[in-house]
Write a protein that binds this ligand. Sequence first.
Ligand code: CA
Ligand code: CA
Ligand code: CA
Length: 478
Amino acid sequence: MLLESCLTIKRIKMKNNFTLLILFMCAFSISAQTTFTLDSTELTSRVVKDSIDIPWEIVWGPDDHIWMTERFGRVSRVNPKTGNQQVLLDLSGEVYERSETGMLGMALHPDFDNSPHVFIAYTYLSGNSIRERLVRFNYDGSQLIAADTLIENIIGNNTHVGARVIILPDNTLLMSTGDAQNRSLPQNKSSVVGKILRLNLDGSIPTDNPNPNSYVWSFGHRNAQGLWRAPNGKIYSSEHGPTTDDELNIVTAGGNFGWPDVEGFCDSPPENVFCSANNVVEPLAAWTPTIAPSDIIWYSHPAIPELTDKLLMTVLKDKSLIAFEFNAAGDVLLNQTKYLKGDGDRLRDVCVSPDGKIYLATNGASWSNSRPFSHSIIELSNTAYYSNDTNTSSITVNSTLDGIRVGPNPVVSGEALNLFIPRKEIGQFTMTDVVGRTVLSATVEGNTGMSTEGLNGVYFWKLSLENGVAKEGKLVIH
Ligand SMILES: [Ca+2]
Ligand SMILES: [Ca+2]
Ligand SMILES: [Ca+2]
């Protein structure tokens, strides 16, 4: 039994007066900074970037920027603080974009420092036929270059092309493909259409795939546009249904997910016959009428307690964000709560920063792209969390070091970070980012100011004195 509650967001504070608000919303939709309350947490919404065409994928990069595909064929880095967009790749002359097709899913190599590879799925024309491919690009620090095609010639269509891409901890990649409006292919395991495919990062077939000669990892999919591996080890997917039965699934190696013979649960006489004959995996949840589920992501951070340790799903047609709560094993859905309903924009995609801020890619008020370059990336954050000292203050390793201070915390990027060591002692200061790269390192004496230019995110610092004792802490730069 699922509990579904619908919480309409209350707009409790606006910067502008009412008259200005009406004008503003007509002209720019949700461009004002507003605050909203979930169950009890007040979230601040801020437009990071507007005037985007269709942002299909946003992912948080190891450089603390948002990496974004735009469906008409571009890939960019977006500075989450300033909204500055750096175009890394423009394939708009090669990408085929119509209806649901274009430049779609993207994943960055998990060891990006040593392997700066970016994996992107997009559609193209081969003669008059719509096809889909997965390409590995290299990032040279300013653009994406030297493409290697890993899979191509996947049968496409103007709709139902899947194309979500994620990388698993074993350095294999999963990619969803849609049924391309061909109902004969999802149950045909020799076709890569209507599947979730698994491949090595060089494009070869993993020897431990269900069939070691095939990319096919699971089958019977209609059009999965959400894929995420959660900390509980489960791989979840969201999937568009026909006029009924959108789905949330746990995808498994070799699993048959039913389409087109089964829509949602096995709950009709012909479905029951097919399900028992073919060992069909039923969804965790299904929605009729359909809601059009898109990207999914696990939210682990404590900053927004209503969402902590839940799976988040952006929803297009229903224009909402759904949070799913599971048991510890991740295989029983305990409840789902709908947020943001009523805000007016379709929500296409989501990413989360290491300090717990949520970024949403919006996709207009209705299906189709009738207002090109009118879409946005929105940041949702619990600002009270970052102003609460108990969440961000330094952690004392050695209490005899009272008097050492590093701050302010949080500090605004570009402003000075002040180190204070009593008695003018000499110390070695180092600061690393969340993946362990050193971003600041200096020998300091007494009071020292350090520049935070170019830094943005959560960092960990350590200050070691000459006598060997040290103090460590966490710092937020925003
Ligand atoms: Ca995403
Ligand atoms: Ca299914
Ligand atoms: Ca059914």
